[in-house]
Design a protein around this ligand. Structure first.
Ligand code: FAD
Ligand code: FES
Length: 282
């Protein structure tokens, strides 16, 4: 199927056929991560924090990418894309005015209903801040629905920290505690230094009412989960987002399957209790 077929509306209702979106803003956030704000050319996308879309670069391919905006921000959707290969590499040259194909939204998203009234602890490392930002913005926009909000963000180096200006705004808020750390500071860095798990020492957690949302590279996830467990947060209230290789996004092709669970459809958001079962096969 070509871009022209799609524009003619061929198979428009099929979940396999991308819809057209126009880039309204593009910004190189770091050497490898590029930010895009998109406007759908037809119906706006209805989505939940934690869901993802299939992004098509015509003639190149498709990649699953988390939506990093919140539905509370309006009809445009935002994506943060790290250039690692064919599709994501091609996107490096995309600018405002260029067009992309979008399928989805796919996946379950975060269970915001279950988090209502709870304290929410965010632990986001590196690119993990992208899917987490969707939920952070949602929670901050509906602030009265949640208890205490704590945001821990980390990056390897200051120039790799995503959403720096926005994080500075979160730090200024009196209704949320935001702490940021980098592994390797540069000469201008005045904040915390060290791995993100060190920040746990600076926060108070009430395990009886805390949901810990932990998203980041596998090694960070492992140690952050241990900290959350040590603080007494139960396994079913430790929440993460998994990445697997995906094709269809709708539970049909089996590419993303782990022990009968389709990460694209049943996830990508899982509790640590579920992740443990997937890993151990219980
Ligand atoms: C649910 C979900 C949400 C994601 N959200 C984001 C996001 O918000 N921002 C972002 O930059 N990336 C995200 N990714 C990862 C992104 O999909 C891959 O980096 C992308 O598909 C690579 O495509 P490519 O054609 O550029 O690379 P390729 O040329 O296909 O491969 C380059 C490298 O990327 C690896 N790779 C390919 N596909 C995936 C994949 N699906 N998951 C992990 N590694 C992969 C390959 O093994 C290879 O090492 C997400 C993945 C999933 C499953
Ligand atoms: S990507 Fe096809 S079943 Fe999940």
């Amino acid at each position: 199927m070509t871009q022209t077929d799609i524009e003619k509306g061929a198979a428009a209702a099929s979940p396999y056929v991308p819809k057209m979106a126009r880039i309204v803003a593009a910004d190189q956030m770091t050497e490898t991560e590029r930010f895009f704000r998109l406007e759908m050319e037809g119906e706006p996308l209805a989505y939940e924090p934690g869901q993802f879309v299939g992004v098509t670069v015509f003639g190149v391919g498709e990649s699953p990418i988390s939506i990093c905006s919140s539905p509370t921000q309006g009809e445009r959707i935002e994506l943060t894309i790290r250039s690692v290969g064919l599709v994501t590499g091609a996107l490096r040259t995309f600018e405002a005015g260029d067009r992309l194909g979008i399928r989805g939204p796919f996946g379950n998203g975060f269970d915001t209903g279950a988090m209502k009234g709870q304290d929410v602890l965010f632990v986001a490392g590196g690119l993990g801040l992208a899917p987490t930002r969707s939920l952070i913005r949602y929670v901050l926009d509906k602030r009265e629905d949640f208890g205490k909000v704590t945001i821990l963000a980390g990056a390897r180096e200051p120039n790799l920290l995503l959403f720096r200006e926005e994080i500075a705004e979160w730090v200024e808020r009196s209704d949320a505690d935001t702490l940021v750390t980098v592994n390797q500071p540069d000469k201008d860095w005045k904040g915390n230094v060290g791995v993100i798990t060190r920040l746990f020492k600076q926060v108070e957690i009430d395990p009886a009412r805390t949901c810990a949302v932990i998203v980041g590279p596998p090694v960070m996830f492992k140690f952050a989960v241990l900290e959350a467990l040590a603080a007494g947060v139960p396994e079913h209230r430790i929440i993460c987002s998994l990445e697997r290789h995906m094709k269809c996004g709708v539970g049909k092709c089996g590419h993303c399957q782990i022990r009968g669970v389709y990460v694209c459809r049943d996830g990508p958001v899982f509790t640590y209790e579920q992740v443990k079962r997937l890993r151990e096969g219980i």
